[in-house]
Each structure stands twice: as C-alpha cells, then as structure tokens.
Ligand binder design. Structure first.
Ligand SMILES: C[S@@+](CC[C@H](N)C(=O)[O-])C[C@H]1O[C@@H](n2cnc3c(N)ncnc32)[C@H](O)[C@@H]1O
Length: 243
C-alpha cells in the first residue's frame, strides 16, 4: 500500500508533496526575507544567532547547511570570523539563487541544488550539518536524518532549528490563533500567496514534537542528543553527535 504524506492537512503522495512544497518556495522566494521579519517580528534573527552559537564552530570546520534558502545561517556563520568551508544546499533553485545573490562577495562557499533525502556527498565528510526551518518541509524527513548521519565525520555535530511544540497551554492557544489567522493574512497581503502561509501554519502543527524528534535522532544513531527550547518551545534547537 502506498504511503500518504501531509502537505499541510491535505494527504498527497510522496512526489506530489515534494512538488507542492517546492511550488511554495518558488512562489515566496522574492518576499521570503521580509516575511520572516514580519511574521516573527525580527525574532528569527535572534533564534538563528543562538543556533549558530550552539553549533560551536571551530576553525577549518567543513559545514553543510541543508535547505539554506536565502543564506541566513551562512551569514550568521560568517559573523563568527572563523575560516570555514561552507556548503549550501537547497532543492529550490529560486531560494538558492536568493542566497547566492546575498552572499556573492563571500569566498569559501559552494552551492548545490539537491535533496536532503539523498545527498551527493561522500561518507564522513562534514564537521557540522545544519538544517534551519527546512526539516518540516522534507517529504521523507527520517531519510534526511540518516543522510546527515552518513555525511558527518565521527565526532561531527547535527544541528536542527525548527518550529516545535510550545510548553504552556496559554501560549499554545494564542499561537494557534496567530498561525491559523494572522499568518495566512500576512501571506496574502505581503507575499500575495495566502495558501503558501496556510501551508506554513499547517506544517508547523503537524511537525513532530521535541520528544518525537529526539527519539528520531537517537534511532538514526546520534548520541548526546539535546533539545533547547526557545520562546517556550515555539522554536527548538536539536543537536546530536555522530560517534
Ligand atoms: C523555510 S526555508 C529556510 C531557509 C533558511 N534555512 C532559513 O532558516 O531561513 C526552507 C528551505 O528548505 C528548502 N527545502 C525544502 N525541502 C527540501 C529538501 N527536501 N531538500 C533540500 N532543501 C529543501 C526550501 O527550498 C527552502 O529554501
């Protein structure tokens, strides 16, 4: 029997999900940065800063940023002023183009169109694997975690920043109204695509909780798995090591 996948609350097959998600990112690419600032009131910048601090980058690290989009994580990494080799990968050429364009003055960055589910990199190659607000969009997200494990060196670190489940019921109910009403409204007015932001809201609802994702990471072989909640768990940073 064929497996169903969630494209928001709509059930689709695997190919359809990947295509529909990519349509969303092609549509929002030009307004992606302004929407991020508006939707989070600039908070996404603080979350990404904290995420990069937690990555604990070292001189000469080889870093893979999956679902790199418009390059926010790369820009934050570059602020650390360390010599690193950055590999940015995204399945969507419009989003990768946004990133490439913003980072055009930077050296030591390589760009790849590719799918998190099947990485075209050799085993044991990277010191750090980062994935920020992308995992939720990956059709076979468990495959992507297995691939992360494969391409990391022994001792390498997995770092995921993603929407998660708020811990307080009061915040949870307020956030629910924000996601279902305000997000699609902002999407319609600013990005001219209400459905893309309806998808965003639904994909957040359906994404595994902190505890489920922790179990997934352990099942895929990661050790010392940790979760750091930001904003009461609206967003969480998940880390783990390949030993
Ligand atoms: C919400 S954006 C996040 C961009 C950036 N990492 C950030 O934090 O601002 C998600 C990105 O993941 C990419 N993406 C979605 N599914 C993917 C997949 N299966 N493999 C690689 N990239 C994917 C999208 O094209 C999009 O650029």
């Amino acid at each position: 029997m064929k497996k169903d996948y969630n494209f928001g609350y709509t059930k689709v097959n695997s190919k359809q999900k990947t295509k529909l998600v990519q349509n969303v990112f092609s549509s929002v690419a030009p307004s992606y940065d302004i929407m991020n600032d508006l939707m989070s009131l600039g908070m996404h910048r603080l979350w990404k800063k904290r995420f990069v601090e937690i990555m604990d980058i070292k001189e000469n690290d080889i870093i893979l940023d999956v679902g790199s989009g418009s390059g926010d994580i790369a820009r934050e990494i570059l602020k650390e002023n360390l010599l690193t080799n950055l590999y940015l990968l995204d399945l969507n050429k419009e989003m990768l183009f946004e990133g490439k364009n913003r980072l055009k003055k930077e050296k030591n960055i390589k760009y790849f169109i590719g799918n998190a589910e099947k990485l075209n990199f050799k085993n044991n190659f990277f010191d750090k694997y980062t994935i920020s607000f992308c995992l939720r969009n990956v059709t076979e997200y468990l495959l992507s975690i297995k691939e992360a494990y494969r391409v990391l060196k022994p001792g390498g670190k997995y770092c995921c920043l993603e929407f998660s489940t708020p811990k307080s019921s009061l915040i949870s109910s307020t956030y629910k109204i924000y996601k279902s009403k305000i997000l699609p409204f902002l999407g319609e007015v600013i990005a001219k695509d209400k459905n893309a932001y309806k998808y965003l809201s639904e994909s957040i609802d359906l994404f595994p909780s902190q505890e489920e994702l922790r179990k997934n990471l352990l099942d895929c072989g990661f050790t010392n798995v940790e979760t750091i909640n930001l904003f009461n768990g609206i967003v969480a940073i998940h880390t783990g090591y390949k030993l």
